[in-house]
Design a binder for this molecule. Structure first.
Ligand code: TXA
Ligand code: MG
Length: 316
């Protein structure tokens, strides 16, 4: 595949990208969480090309993006809880896993053969304009090779991954959507850009987590994921001169080769927005190890720590 073409997301560029998507091509586009690698969710060949481009295991299903709740309801069965969460958080960084409607026009590979489908309406003007211009639901995993750090800027999308990259500036949230399954009970499958406590408050009850649910975790929650080249060491209380360090708030360690603060004022939202770019910067600085100071587990801290734990897990 030729190198990705990064273009500013003008109206003309969005129209052209929609034409490419309808022709079965892959287009990377900005969302408020991370950049997605989009493909027509109803096109078997396009979805096969998407899995190939990412090197994604076939058992890991994709999130389908739509522009309206009506389009989502055409693809999946919404009960009162699903409708409540959709109305409260969409457009936004919440993905709902729901029972797929019989006859929904979605390639079988999108759901990896499951009878559920993951859906969300992204909160980004370019993503919404692209969905409207394409007129079809778009499957869009994060636009990174499987297992690596997700892109939060157009230039982070690896060359050759997409036929076209729409540049809509840095992603505001910076960490992937929260994934909640409502196919019987309510389970948190992946912490993300909307804090679990906010979802529980809207729902009026607690979310089960993978650990205490009877069913298996989200298939995509692989142990090693979101990994930079460097080793990641969490809860660091000291650093060496060979390491890079990610600091947070007043927890600032000195003496590292390169230091980046995720948020000097100790704001977890700001830290989430900066996380992936900071991991890339430390990789580019050539450090062998990235030490990360303790990050509080509350609010978006749960998603940040989830990604760091997976980044620190080595495949073998
Ligand atoms: O913020 C996001 O969600 C971004 C942007 C581009 O929208 N997308 C994203 O996609 O993070 P991806 O493919 O990197 O992560 C999708 C997650 C995986 O953990 C996958 O296993 C889970 O959603 N998932 C998808 N369909 C599912 C299903 N039917 N049942 C359970 N988990 C599902
Ligand atoms: Mg991903």
């Amino acid at each position: 595949m030729s190198a990705s073409r990064i273009v500013a997301a003008s109206d003309a560029a969005i129209t052209e990208a929609a034409r490419l998507l309808r022709a079965g091509k892959l287009v990377a586009f900005p969302t408020e969480t991370v950049y997605g690698l989009g493909a027509d969710a109803g096109n078997d060949e396009a979805i096969a090309a998407l899995y190939r481009a990412k090197g994604r295991p076939a058992h890991n299903p994709l999130i389908v993006h739509v522009a309206t709740l009506a389009e989502a309801e055409a693809l999946a069965e919404f009960d009162d809880a699903a409708r409540l969460l959709a109305r409260t958080f969409w457009p936004g960084s919440l993905t709902l896993v729901l029972r797929k409607r019989a006859g929904a026009r979605i390639a079988a590979a999108v759901t990896a053969g499951l009878d559920t489908v993951a859906l969300r309406i992204p909160d980004h003007p370019v993503a919404l304009a692209l969905l409207r211009a394409t007129g079809r639901p778009l499957a869009a995993p994060s636009a990174n090779p499987s297992g690596r750090v997700s892109p939060t800027r157009a230039e982070h999308v690896a060359a050759g991954l997409a036929d076209r990259v729409l540049d809509g500036g840095p992603s505001r949230v910076g960490i992937e959507s929260t994934v909640v399954a409502l196919d019987g009970g309510a389970r948190l499958l992946r912490p993300g850009g909307i804090a679990a406590a906010d979802i529980e408050r809207a729902l009026g009850r607690a979310l089960a987590t993978g650990a205490d649910a009877a069913r298996p975790q989200s298939p995509g929650q692989l142990a090693s994921h979101y990994a930079p080249r460097a080793r990641v060491r969490m809860n660091a209380i000291s650093v060496s001169a060979k390491e890079g360090v990610l600091n947070f708030g007043a927890n600032a360690l000195r003496g590292a080769k390169t230091a980046i603060s995720l948020s000097e004022r100790g704001d977890l939202g700001e830290a989430a927005a900066n996380l992936y770019a900071a991991l890339r910067t430390l990789d580019d600085a050539g450090v062998e190890t990235i030490a990360v100071v303790p990050i509080p587990e509350e609010g978006l801290g749960a998603a940040i720590n989830d990604r760091l734990r997976r980044a620190s897990a080595r495949p073998s």
